[in-house]
Design a protein around this ligand. Sequence first.
Ligand SMILES: [Zn+2]
Ligand SMILES: [Zn+2]
Length: 373
Amino acid sequence: MAMRGRAAVLDQPNGAFVVDEAEVPDPDQNGLLVRQELCGICATDTYVYRGGLPGVTFPLVLGHETVGVVERLGANVGEDSTGRPLAAGDRVYIQPGMSCRQCVYCVVYRQPTLCLKRRGYGFHPFKDQPPHFQGGYSEYLALAPGSTYLQMNADAANSVVLEPLTIGLHQISRVEMPVGATAVIQGAGAIGILTLVAAKEAGALRTIVLGAPDSRLDLARAFGADMTISIEEVPDSAERVRLVREETPGGFGADVVFECTGVPSSIPEGIDMLRRGGTYVEAGHYTDHGEVALNPFRHMVHKQITLVAVWGADTPHFVAGRALIESGKYPFADLVSHRLPLERAGDGVAAIGGTYRIDGEEIRKVAIAGHEG
Ligand SMILES: [Zn+2]
Ligand SMILES: [Zn+2]
């Protein structure tokens, strides 16, 4: 009898997640069938939920931070995308973004995350097929030929943060980070803490994290932040700038500041924390949160800043992130505060989208557990 699986299907923007059952397809000879273990809920999911991302069609199964176990391999598949042997029962992480490796952005400009034909698991990549097994809020993922997946020698709870970690690693790959640098991370959410990891690995000697609530700042220190500043205790922006600058060599300001809040007003504040000639990295606005006023003379030209932004991540960032997770050097699993069954996908998206609570408890990262839940 054909195998059936369940998925939390979102019918329309701002709609309802309905757990629906469908027949699980057999993998193509170059494809892979993965049994989902955990899929992180991302702030981007809440944006897609509201219908904010162009090109996404409904009904939709969200979820682009998926780790699972190989259920069945296509006849021609014997290794992962990095050449590691792969067999049924092995844990794999699915790289959500698929670039065509043929268009001008892939081949000439060499920025495959800007691929003109880019599609992604969790964003209904194959519109001509039912959505059930094309996103991580599901029991299975049916991977098409050409997909990228990495065998993981780590447990699911540590592995699940790989995709958000790649956002930090992609930023770092575009930044000149002098060894011994002072780095500031604005924001103590998952992206802020994983960017902290990337900054430390890239050579930042002194790291300062700003955010709230205190539980997240505690976690930032557990991940190695040298100093944290609570935006609840220090609500005044000018005072936060003063506190940061006072901690930098000569009081000149930080070498690199990473914006991981998604709050537009943090951008002029963060640039004020930067030394002249420093680098400002914009990483928090994966969704449209509106505009902010900048003074081009004061914030840019006179400071001679470098401004860096990144969109998504590519396979090299996944390979680097996997090595960090497998090293056991950081307590990645501590980021995940809640695991929800498919039936509670709506609660998870609402929490990440702004309530920041589930059953009255403060959340950090929330994951959908297709089989574990
Ligand atoms: Zn994400
Ligand atoms: Zn392309």
